[in-house]
Design a protein around this ligand. Structure first.
Ligand SMILES: [Zn+2]
Length: 300
């Protein structure tokens, strides 16, 4: 049996999470074309697969990284940016939101809610069973998820009730498989029916696959490396463009190609859209996808 005990995550995991943003290491940049696993949904927008959350590839890695992002639309323009508060730095978008909030005007507060930072998490996973795409089974991918799924993980790491045993779901031998269930309800994508199975070990073959990846794979914390965040000036510029305001008074003219890049960035992270050309996307389809992405209850 392979030795995996050093990869156990102790119960201070949640505390570590709270300070993870501040201690983010700058250890490598992220390629634009990185693949994040996401199951293929049926016509109704539903899917069900079994995946396994994995430990970090390096001994001192957390098994997840946490990122704050802004994603909202104004006058047909999307702002999609990493929020520098993730790494403890100033964010002009958050500052603008605070100003709106503090006016105490209900319409401003609604805007602030729409534009607020949203959380996403990154982990490595192994696909255990993807019935629609069995070629993924046994393979390791990155996975992006939101607070709904993180809360399900947290409830296993630190159960609310005494009669439940804590399970480190990231452990190779003593973790648990995750039934990832996607439902489309009233036009909204929901993940709340996802559950963990009982504690189980990966097979020896699956554990060997994990260790075979150790050398080549980066830490998920590389997503929150400093170079992945724009400067305050650049974020302010982008915010001015999207809001149609300019500090110099006049209307800002967006750079067309730059805008398109921003607009399509999240689509390229979705495997199902990988093969589509940018120009083939209709803007209403795009709006659907982007609204979905920045829905509060999303896995990524
Ligand atoms: Zn922010």
């Amino acid at each position: 049996m392979l030795k995996v005990t050093h990869r156990k995550v102790n119960m201070s995991l949640l505390q570590k999470l709270q300070s993870a943003a501040k201690t983010a290491k700058s250890n490598g940049s992220v390629r634009e074309d990185e693949y994040f696993y996401y199951p293929t949904r049926d016509a109704a927008g539903n899917a069900q697969v079994t995946i396994r959350f994995l430990p970090g590839f390096n001994e001192d890695d957390l098994p997840f990284a946490k990122m704050y992002k802004h994603g909202f639309k104004n006058n047909g323009k999307w702002l999609i940016e990493n929020c520098p508060t993730t790494i403890g730095q100033e964010c002009p978008i958050c500052s603008a939101n605070s100003e709106l909030w503090e006016t105490n005007v209900e319409s401003n507060k609604t805007l602030a809610r729409e534009r607020k930072r949203k959380i996403e998490y990154y982990s490595w996973i192994m696909v255990i069973n993807d019935p629609k795409n069995p070629e993924h089974n046994g393979k390791i991918y990155k996975f992006k998820y939101g607070s709904t799924i993180f809360d399900i993980i947290a409830s296993k790491l630190e159960p609310e009730f005494d009669d439940e045993q804590p399970i480190n779901v990231f452990d190779l031998e003593e973790g648990a498989n995750f039934r990832f269930k996607i439902r489309k309800v009233d036009g909204q994508t929901k993940y709340d029916k996802s559950t963990f199975d009982n504690e189980s070990s990966l097979t020896e073959e699956q554990i060997e696959t994990f260790f075979a990846h150790v050398k080549e794979q980066q830490s998920v914390s590389s997503h929150i490396a400093e170079e992945n965040f724009k400067s305050v000036e650049d974020l302010q510029k982008r915010l001015n463009i999207v809001l149609g305001t300019s500090q110099s008074g006049g209307k800002s003219k967006p750079n067309k190609s730059d805008e398109d890049e921003e607009l399509f960035e999240p689509l390229e992270e979705k495997p199902s859209n990988k093969s589509k050309s940018k120009s083939s996307q209709k803007s209403d389809e795009l709006d659907d996808v982007l609204s979905d992405l920045f829905d509060d209850d999303i896995p990524f």
